[in-house]
Design a protein around this ligand. Structure first.
Ligand code: ZN
Length: 375
């Protein structure tokens, strides 16, 4: 049965509408505008397309590496839906091949069972660079082999992303991954500019958490950072939490990149949407202090960021206009993934968020189903 809403304010991914009717049926938007039925439900606040997180390791107390199950993906989905995420790429950091296989099986099952918001899988590692390992476990970092290729080639995983270090994966192997339908992102890399550019020429289309765990820009070598900033066809992820990148570094990225090529990610760990203050990561413990996560070995270990928080941060710290900040968290990651999401228009999936004046999420719908309500 069709649901009809009247939104006080509706941002469709392109422009703002005031006092507009929205009709949803069969999980999709069937009409925007028009004469609303008398029993239409009024939505107070700002309705917008749901947010899409291409890098999220956990939530609701579940960390994907520690719990490669459909149940864990359900916890992540519910935890992040509270903060506006309606589509996400569960992200497995560098781990043993059997953990990767279990993660792939969980994603496949979640897609079959329709766990709300699961779009596919992001393997961050294991083909990374040890000097830029960050919180990844050195002993599991390794070159690409047929075992991982068999996982990346599976056709039951939805959308597929792999973050790799281009100095450790040859351009012909990057091409192979792209041919398997994988979105290749460069990250955790100490590559020089030439090596990074060769990977882009081979089909890599993204840079994972720009600035973090990558070779910096030098006067005579652009490194990973410089190559990311000048590669117009590549998207760059930003962890806009104020710990991973400064406002100035984010502003620089926004000035250098073409519009639409900077996307907000959370890199969230299990503590988002949970009261816990610490969790185990391999043989270390990661502890939360405010909104900062630090491992026992001292490095930043993911974030305590959520997607709507990232939107608020770039708006408040970088002077990004609200509509554009929402696009950086919705439409642009959808475009990176090649998914028809991030817009409210006739025919689009009804992935929606309702926010109050303070930009706090009040309600979330995924595929027309209300999955979160604050009140
Ligand atoms: Zn990382």
């Amino acid at each position: 049965m069709a649901q009809v809403f009247i939104a006080d304010k509706l941002f469709d991914g392109e422009q703002l509408h005031i006092d507009v009717a929205l009709t949803i049926d069969g999980g999709k938007v069937v009409a925007l505008g028009g004469e609303p039925a008398a029993d239409a439900v009024r939505l107070k606040g700002l309705l917008a397309p749901g947010l899409i997180d291409v890098q999220v390791n956990g939530g609701g107390g579940a960390l994907f590496n520690n719990d490669t199950t459909v149940n864990a993906l359900g916890k992540m989905s519910a935890a992040h839906a509270r903060f506006g995420t309606t589509g996400f790429m569960p992200t497995l950091i560098t781990d043993q091949v059997d953990v990767m296989q279990k993660a792939a099986d969980a994603v496949s099952a979640a897609l079959k069972e329709g766990v709300p918001g699961v779009l596919g899988v992001h393997f961050e590692g294991p083909h990374l660079s040890t000097p830029k390992k960050g919180t990844h476990e050195e002993k599991f970092i390794r070159p690409l082999s047929d075992e991982e290729l068999a996982i990346y080639g599976r056709d039951d995983l939805g959308l597929k992303m792999v973050t790799l270090a281009p100095e450790n994966v040859a351009p012909e192997d990057i091409r192979k991954l792209v041919d398997l339908g994988v979105k290749v992102c460069l990250g955790h890399s100490n590559a020089d500019g030439k090596t990074a550019a060769a990977a882009v020429a081979a089909g890599a289309t993204g840079f994972t958490h720009l600035y973090n765990a990558m070779s910096p820009l030098h006067s005579r070598d652009p490194g990973m950072v410089g190559t990311a900033l000048i590669s117009d066809d590549c998207w760059c992820g930003l962890i806009a939490d104020g710990h991973h990148v400064s406002a100035e570094a984010m502003i620089l990225a926004l000035k250098a990149k073409p519009r639409g090529k900077v996307v907000l990610v959370t890199d969230a760990m299990s503590l988002v949407g949970s009261d816990e203050m610490s969790f185990p990561l391999f043989d270390r413990i990661v502890t939360r202090d405010g909104d900062k996560l630090t491992s026992t070995t001292g490095e930043l270990a993911g974030s305590h960021l959520d997607m709507i928080g990232a939107v608020r941060n770039v708006r408040d710290w970088c002077g990004v206009e609200l509509g554009e900040a929402l696009r950086m968290a919705g439409l642009y990651p959808a475009q990176f993934l090649g998914a028809d999401l991030g817009r409210i228009k006739a025919g689009s999936r009804a992935d929606l968020i309702l926010m109050d004046e303070a930009l706090q999420v009040q309600k979330t719908w995924i595929g027309g189903q209300e999955v979160f309500s604050a009140g």
